[in-house]
Design a protein around this ligand. Structure first.
Ligand code: NAP
Ligand code: ZN
Length: 351
C-alpha cells in the first residue's frame, strides 16, 4: 500500500522524552478524509499513555487526540466533506459500526474494539495508530467532525476530547437550568465542564484543591468556588448537589465528595482509571447516592457538542505552544500549571 511520510513527535519508551520522528500514513482511501493538522491539544491522557500509566502503551507512542485541521483531499465515496473544510478528529478514528453500541451511537463502547486515534491496532498499515502530534492524518469520514467556522480554531481543538468528555455526562444525566452542579478539578476537562454547565443554566460550583484558581473559575462561569481541603466549607455544602463531575486524574478518596450529593444524585468519574480509595458504603446507602463513569462520547454526540459550541461561541481557554516545547508543557500539565489547555501550533513542526 502506498504511504505518505509525516513529521511527528513521539516517545520511544515510557521513560523517554518526546522527540522528532517520521511516521507513515496510509494513502487516502475511498472512504477517507486527508487532513492537514493545524492544531492539537495536549490532554492529560497523552501523558498517561506516553508514560504507560494505563499499562497498555505500544511504542513509539505519537499522542494527540484533540485535532483541528483542514481537509486537503477526500476519497471517491466521501460525501460529507470537501477540500478546505475545517474539521476535527477526537479520540476515535474507527469502530466496527455494526455492533449494538455502534448502532446506538456509542462507538466509544464498540463491542469489537474501538480504534483510538493513537495506540490502537492499525488495520490499514499494521502496527498501531499514531495521533495528532504530527503534520497530517487520514481518517475514515464517519469519524471526522465538522467544526463551526465562527469559533476560534485554536480554542476548538480541546473540544474534541475535553469538550465531549464533559459534555456527554452533563447531557446524559440531563443537567438542566437551576440544578446545582459541582465540577471537581479545574484543568482541561474541568474548565470545559464549568463552561458547559453554565451554558446549560446550572448553578455551577467549582470544587478545587487550588485556592489560587478561584477568580479564574468565576470568570469561566462558576457561581461559587468550594475549596475541597476546607472541611468546614465542604460541610456547609453537604447533601446539596444534584450532580457532580469528577475530573481528578488519579485515584483518590471520593468519600468527601459523595457527602456533597443530594438524595438520588450522581457523581460521574471521568479522570481516575486506577482503584479509588475505599468507598464508605454508608455514604452511598444513606441518600441512595450513585457513583458512575463516562468515557468521551459518541460521534453523533460530539457533533452536537460542536454545534452547540458554534451557537453559544464556546471554546477552550488555551495556551499555544510550539511542538519543540511539548516536554516542558507535559511537566506543566502534571503540576496543574496551565490555563487551561495547551494547544500545539503544528506550523512549528512543519518548518
Ligand atoms: P488536567 O488538566 O491535569 O486537570 C486535572 C485537574 O485535577 C487539575 O488541574 C487539578 O485541579 C485537579 N487535580 C490534580 N491532581 C489532583 C489530586 N491528586 N487530587 C485532587 N485534584 C487533583 O487533566 P485533564 O486533561 O483535565 O484530564 C483529567 C483526567 O481525565 C485525566 O486523568 C485524563 O486522562 C482523564 N480523561 C478522561 C477521559 C474520559 O473519556 N473519561 C477523557 C479525557 C481525559 P485543581 O487545581 O482545581 O484541584
Ligand atoms: Zn483526552
Amino acid at each position: 500500500m502506498n504511504t505518505e511520510t509525516h513529521k511527528a513527535y513521539g516517545a520511544s519508551s515510557n521513560t523517554a522524552a518526546l522527540e522528532p520522528m517520521h511516521i507513515e500514513r496510509r494513502a487516502t482511501g475511498a472512504e477517507d478524509v486527508k487532513i492537514d493538522i493545524l492544531y492539537c491539544g495536549i490532554c492529560h491522557s497523552d501523558i498517561h499513555q506516553v508514560r504507560n500509566d494505563w499499562k497498555n502503551s505500544k511504542y513509539p507512542v505519537v499522542p494527540g487526540h484533540e485535532i483541528i485541521g483542514r481537509v486537503v483531499a477526500t476519497g471517491a465515496n466521501v460525501t460529507k466533506f470537501k477540500e478546505g473544510d475545517l474539521v476535527g478528529v477526537g479520540c476515535m478514528v474507527d469502530s466496527c459500526q455494526d455492533c449494538p453500541s455502534c448502532h446506538n451511537h456509542l462507538e466509544q463502547f464498540c463491542e469489537n474494539g474501538t480504534i483510538y486515534t493513537y495506540n490502537s491496532p492499525d488495520k490499514h498499515l499494521g502496527g498501531y495508530t499514531y495521533g495528532g502530534y504530527s503534520t497530517g492524518v487520514t481518517v475514515q469520514q464517519d469519524f471526522v467532525l465538522k467544526v463551526p467556522e465562527n469559533i476560534d480554531a485554536k480554542g476548538a481543538a480541546p473540544l474534541l476530547c475535553a469538550g465531549i468528555t464533559t459534555w456527554s455526562p452533563l447531557s446524559h444525566w440531563k443537567v438542566k437550568k437551576g440544578d446545582k452542579v459541582g465540577i471537581i478539578g479545574l484543568g482541561g476537562l474541568g474548565h470545559m465542564g464549568v463552561k458547559f454547565a453554565n451554558a446549560l443554566g446550572a448553578h455551577v460550583v467549582m470544587i478545587t484543591t487550588s485556592p489560587a484558581k478561584a477568580e479564574d473559575a468565576k470568570t469561566l462561569g462558576a457561581h461559587e468556588v468550594l475549596i475541597s481541603k476546607d472541611a468546614e466549607a465542604m460541610k456547609a455544602h453537604a447533601n446539596s448537589f444534584d450532580f457532580i463531575l469528577n475530573t481528578v486524574p488519579v485515584g483518590h478518596d471520593v468519600n468527601p465528595y459523595l457527602s456533597l450529593l443530594k438524595i438520588d444524585a450522581t457523581m460521574v468519574m471521568v479522570g481516575a482509571v486506577e482503584p479509588l480509595e475505599a468507598v464508605n458504603g454508608a455514604g452511598l446507602i444513606r441518600g441512595r447516592k450513585r457513583i458512575a463513569g463516562s468515557l468521551i462520547g459518541g460521534i453523533k454526540e460530539t457533533q452536537e457538542m460542536l454545534d452547540f459550541c458554534g451557537e453559544h461561541n464556546i471554546t477552550a481557554d488555551v495556551e499555544m505552544v510550539n511542538m519543540q516545547d511539548v516536554n516542558n508543557a507535559f511537566e506543566r500539565v502534571i503540576k496543574a500549571d496551565v490555563k487551561y489547555r495547551f494547544v500545539i501550533d503544528m506550523e512549528s513542526l512543519k518548518n
